[in-house]
Unconditional design. Structure first.
Length: 244
């Protein structure tokens, strides 16, 4: 009987490892998605920053051409001044020139603002490039390894299950069925140690009579609360449960 109890503890250890691999099966693809998501995000951000910068540059070019046009207009008016006959016309043309000069001055200060904004946008483009580089570096460093790990998990689980099933063949079928049901329905935990007089699975306090039976190892005992197989820890064996 002690041999059967030891086998059950070993089977639980294998199922603990299977459980840990199943957790990785959920977590690793999430990690992979995050890494790929960062690259996508950084790419979109860089595009947005570059678009903003390009728009500012376009505005600057259009403003420059407006200023140039106004300057040419002023030149044209100034040449006309010498040919003007009446004082009234002279005045009108002069005020037109003054108006254009005022306009140019406004446009030039707007131009400075745009330059400043474009410099800031250029800095943001640089930052976004660095972010993208970082994200791409992380991807190239980790993606392959993560994919390799993800691909290998199912095989590792299959190996452990095969080992566990080989062990199970040495046990009575009824116990194996019970074990399997508890692994499935009781949080991957079928075999637990008695801890400080309580069930290691649910904490239920074990009756003194049952404790004695556990120490004798002459039969299989079940927790009277959660139904899990209770085992008194072996001196030479570590815990069967992942939580420890
Ligand atoms: Zn219990």
């Amino acid at each position: 009987m002690e041999e059967q109890l030891r086998t059950l503890v070993q089977m639980q250890k294998l199922d603990d490892r299977i459980g840990a691999l199943r957790v990785l099966q959920k977590e690793l693809p999430q990690q992979l998605n995050e890494i790929i998501g960062h690259v996508d995000q950084a790419t979109a951000n860089l595009l947005a920053c570059e678009t903003e910068r390009a728009e500012l540059a376009k505005k600057q070019r259009s403003l420059e051409s407006d200023i140039k046009q106004h300057q040419e207009q002023i030149k044209k008016y100034s040449n006309q001044l010498s040919e003007i006959k009446t004082n009234k016309e002279y005045k009108a043309l002069n005020s037109e020139i003054a108006f254009l000069k005022e306009k140019i001055s406004e446009q030039e200060s707007h131009q400075l603002e745009l330059m400043d904004a474009e410099n800031q946008a250029a800095a943001r483009v640089n930052e976004a490039k660095q972010e993208l580089d970082k994200a791409e570096k992380a991807k190239s460093e980790q993606e392959g390894e993560l994919r390799r790990q993800i691909d290998s998990l199912e095989g590792q689980i299959e190996d452990l299950r095969a080992q566990r099933n080989t062990m199970a063949r040495t046990l009575p079928l009824q116990i194996v069925k019970l074990y399997g049901n508890m692994i499935k329905n009781k949080g991957n935990l079928a075999v637990v140690f008695c801890r400080k007089g309580a069930c290691g699975g649910c904490g239920f306090v074990i009756r003194p009579q049952v404790r004695i039976e556990l120490q004798l190892r002459k039969k299989i005992n079940y927790c009277e609360s959660c139904g899990r197989i209770l085992v008194e820890p072996f001196e030479d064996s570590s815990s069967p449960n992942a939580a420890d």
